[in-house]
Design a binder for this molecule. Structure first.
Ligand SMILES: O=C(O)C(=O)C[C@]1(C(=O)O)C=C[C@@H](O)C=C1
Length: 391
């Protein structure tokens, strides 16, 4: 056979090239670590969007010379830059918080191996720690208790989802804790229908799932006939049940990645109501952290205004007048005080920022209760776009 068309030979060449690409990615990564060291020295922000745009425009032009599509080049390099920014941030955070013990961390999360919280914990610490001691929990209160008692270093909690909204139970546990929010991570949620054995959709009679995925896949579930839903405490519990039953009439809603840990395969993929389905998780610890000046930060506040009319508006005006951008506002009932609300406010500012300090002092005078829940690096890196005439 013509050597050029010999599949094994072609694959050998691809394998070799892929390895070279990996080596180049790693080399680029270590260079950006030096960039972070230089920026730590000069106190310059990690993100430089002008540089990113110049870099993307040049790469698109060079890519075209190799016959590579502009969108392909853009998305590959946006991912590379995201990795670079997150790595630089992680490095600067270790400088800002030398007392934090690494490389082994212990983390409590909802469910067991394979739950979305498990996947978020592993992703969050993949660039920060070498070893993770896992502590799967049955409830959010249990997670908080594991951290409060010192049994583990961190707790990972889902706080909101792009399709089902805020997770009220988590806001409620935050009302009664002394723990601080020290990080966040946004995890893509890709719900699949998973099964332990080879089967078809028409054979499925029971679906095991946690309440959140069920809400997020309601359109798909409404279309299925004669299916019984079994509510589970977590996605991991649901997957463990399906793995144990080995039954062709049983399926479970979970991620493909998590399902692999239980030897489950995807019967149907992308079954969520919204294609772009993401959950934001927060990380809690016993001590607050410092956020390096070079990194964009978020501060989470919790406050109660009493039942004075317009009291919340006054607090929000204080933020506006101090030039502080609010990125989230949530309210929850205060237990034992009917019709009174606790407000959760996220602002895009470092707690060390003078304007935010001033705003908190002013808001304190307007409220019955105010507490800083934590200040942490913004983990969401919005990609730099290229003007359409350059594509
Ligand atoms: O050149 C820099 O300043 C970097 O931090 C490196 C880099 C990159 O990975 O190319 C990453 C982040 C910046 O926004 C711009 C570029």
């Amino acid at each position: 056979m013509n050597e050029e068309l010999d599949l094994n030979k072609i694959r050998e060449k691809i394998t070799k090239l892929d390895q070279q690409l990996l080596a180049l990615f790693a080399e680029r990564r270590s260079l950006t670590l030096n960039v972070a060291k230089s920026k730590a020295h000069q106190v310059r922000p990690v993100r430089d969007q002008q540089r990113e745009q110049e870099l993307l425009i040049r790469l698109i032009k060079q890519g075209k010379e190799y016959g590579l599509d502009a969108h392909y080049v853009t998305s590959v390099f946006q991912m590379i830059i995201e990795d670079s920014v997150l790595n630089q941030q992680a490095y600067l955070q270790t400088l800002a918080n030398p007392a934090i013990e690494l490389p082994t961390v212990s983390v409590a999360f909802l469910g067991n191996k394979g739950s979305y919280s498990y996947l978020a914990s592993h992703r969050y610490f993949s660039r920060r720690a070498e070893n993770i001691i896992e502590c799967g929990c049955q409830s959010f209160a249990d997670i908080m208790q594991q951290v409060e008692s010192g049994h583990v270093d961190y707790g990972m909690l889902p706080i909101e989802n792009t399709s089902s909204g805020s997770i009220n139970e988590v806001y409620d546990v935050l009302q009664h804790t002394n723990l601080s929010i020290v990080g966040e991570i946004t995890q893509p949620i890709e719900h699949c229908l998973l099964t332990a054995v080879n089967t078809t959709l028409s054979q499925i009679k029971t679906i095991y799932a946690h309440g959140q995925p069920l809400a997020q896949c309601s359109n798909f579930l409404d279309k299925q006939q004669n299916i019984r839903i079994e509510y589970c405490e977590s996605t991991a519990e649901a997957m463990a049940q399906a793995a144990e039953l080995q039954d062709e009439t049983v399926a479970v809603i979970g991620s493909e990645e998590g399902g692999h840990l239980y030897k489950l395969a995807a019967l149907e993929k992308s079954i969520a109501n919204q294609n772009e389905n993401h959950s934001r998780f927060i990380l809690v610890a016993r001590k607050p952290i410092d956020v390096a000046e070079q990194i964009p930060a978020k501060t989470a506040l919790i406050l109660a205004t009493g039942q004075k009319p317009g009291a919340l508006v006054e607090c929000l005006l204080v933020l506006k007048n101090n030039g502080i951008n609010m990125c989230k506002l949530e309210s929850r009932p205060i237990q034992g005080r009917p019709w009174e609300e606790m407000f959760y406010i996220d602002v895009e500012a470092n707690i060390k920022n003078m304007a935010l300090q001033e705003a908190i002092n002013e808001i304190t005078k307007l409220t019955n209760f105010i507490k800083v829940l934590g200040c942490y690096p913004i983990e969401h890196i919005s990609p730099t776009n290229v003007p359409s005439d350059k594509l």
